[in-house]
Ligand binder design. Sequence first.
Ligand code: URA
Length: 247
Amino acid sequence: MAAKMRLDKLMGHMGCGTRSEIKKWAKMGLIVVNGTIMKDSGKQVDPEQDEIYLNGERIQYREFIYVMLHKPPGVISATEDHKERTVLDLLPEELKVFEPFPVGRLDKDTEGLLLLSNDGKLAHALLSPRRHVAKTYYAKVRGKVDADDVAAFQAGVTLDDGYMTQPAVLVIQAVDEDEDITLSDIELTITEGKFHQVKRMFEAVGKQVIYLKRLTMGSLRLDPSLKLGEWRELTSEELELLQEGTQ
Ligand code: URA
């Protein structure tokens, strides 16, 4: 059973309004708890058991939110920044009141799947190096990616700081050999998350990532119907699978 909390605190947390607005609405008789008008917004309520209505609309309490964002390029994976746009700027106010944060980071120019949540426990489990949560990226790479690179990534490559990467699965999708420039389309699955890892892995084999998009994280897959900058909350199935994968 959830701990009781003040009605105005619960409603404020749900983005209903400020504490003084909620107090005023309570006085006006607009708040109903379990069928009874509640004039005192400071009363304790049970967030899970009590049925709370504001002006006829049910206020359903929940502690955590889980949002899948199709991150566009040009925004940073942070909650605030004094000069750059952040991924939080793409979410509406009714979600921002939950104070979500990006679960892991994508570079400013990287696109694709980014999970935003206020569930620190799940975030920690997904990001813990001990769990080896798999992440798959699609990349366009300058140069001819070949079987030697597949073998090198499988064995582990040495990054510029001397770090040896864990085995990674590289799949070559297409190689476009033009007169001037050769471009390769690949998918790479890694189970760790070092800074700029995918870009640095290709640098280690003398190639350059020119476009990067994350497709999966654990069991979670970017919804192809989400356009760049669009988001949606996870379905209960997606959330359950994600949680199961970190246990
Ligand atoms: N690897 C990178 O190089 N950049 C990202 O944004 C994610 C993984």
